[in-house]
Design a binder for this molecule. Structure first.
Ligand code: CU
Length: 325
């Protein structure tokens, strides 16, 4: 075994172990298996197709002895000196001067030169470049570099996947803490309704058959329910700063999307679904709520305001809203 072969084997083994451990650590046995398969595919694929991939990237066309006799003779001579078979020869239409040799071993080697380098270099200079490139093939350097590239790609692939998965899960599957302030959001063509549970902290009963837009009962509040007496339904929303808020999102008619740009916060409201989301606003201010789903002809006017207030101002605001109702 040559020194390079040993190096490559070590590298490959380390990669395999890395994937298996990583997959296993995050997703258990199934994850480890997936990690193994991914590692195998990445390394195997990039090693096996290394000659074709690089040539394809350079848009190389294979040339025969008749097509380019001088170039062919030059490479053939170099291959003979290096004690390796004649590699396949490719010409790339690219303007930038470049020449490279790739392939998983001398028997599967490809040499590719660009139009650019043919114009720039003298034959002797090109000979030097190609001799150097063929040296890479003979030493199996391509193997090492494709393996390194495969590792980098795969690490990024898995790393990003795991990071995204976790962030997504944290946002969606981890509920709000018990002390969070609950507000119901009901989207409809073409307005937002915000329902506060009132001093009793309990959302009263609603019934779709009680919905009466002309009469101002947008959410179908059942006023015979004692818990519904103090419920507050408003066209705007205010929340206290630095307090966790849980929104309970619904839609009456079509899909809308609750979007507050400054919060980096966007969630569809979907008919038939109750979607809970939570966040903590940490900056006092007035922010626009837009509907981010094209929900009909009046979509453009489906907007509202989110007020983030200091806690005492929030309490005052809530009292005032209850009084004016
Ligand atoms: Cu809408």
């Amino acid at each position: 075994m040559s020194k390079n072969t040993i190096k490559t084997t070590l590298l490959l083994s380390a990669l395999g172990a890395f994937f298996v451990l990583l997959g296993g650590a995050f997703f258990g046995g199934g994850g480890a298996t997936i990690g193994l398969v991914i590692a195998f595919l990445f390394v195997g694929g990039s090693y096996w197709f290394s000659d074709k991939l690089a040539v394809a990237a350079a848009r190389g066309k294979e040339v025969s002895e008749q097509d380019a006799p001088e170039l062919h003779a030059m490479v053939s001579g170099l291959a003979q000196q290096a004690g390796m078979p004649m590699p396949r020869l490719y010409l790339s239409p690219m303007e930038q001067p470049n020449a490279f040799a790739t392939g998983r071993n001398p028997r599967h080697a490809a040499v590719c030169v660009t139009q650019g380098i043919l114009q720039v270099l003298e034959p002797d200079e090109l000979r030097g470049v190609l001799a150097h490139e063929l040296g890479h093939v003979r030493n199996r350097d391509i193997l090492i570099s494709s393996v390194a590239a495969a590792i980098a790609t795969a690490i990024m692939f898995l790393g990003l996947g795991i990071a995204a998965e976790r962030g997504w899960a944290r946002f969606h599957f981890q509920g709000a803490s018990p002390g969070a302030l609950q507000i119901e959001v009901v989207g409809q063509q073409f307005q937002w309704n915000f329902r506060y549970p009132g001093p009793d902290g309990v959302f009263g009963r609603t019934d779709p058959s009680l919905i009466n837009d002309a009469g101002g009962n947008f959410v179908g509040l059942d006023t015979t329910d004692p818990a519904a007496q103090d419920d507050l339904v408003l066209p705007i929303i205010a929340i206290p700063v630095n307090r966790e808020v849980e929104l309970i999102l619904r839609a009456k008619d079509v899909t809308h999307s609750f979007f507050v740009r400054e919060l980096r916060f966007k969630q569809d409201t979907v008919p038939g679904l109750t979607i809970r989301v939570h966040f903590t606003a940490n900056k006092v201010g007035k922010y626009e709520i837009a509907c981010a789903e094209l929900c009909g002809l009046g979509h453009h006017r489906m907007r509202s305001d989110l007020f983030v207030l200091p806690p005492d101002e929030y309490e005052n605001w809530l009292r005032q809203q209850a009084e004016t109702e």
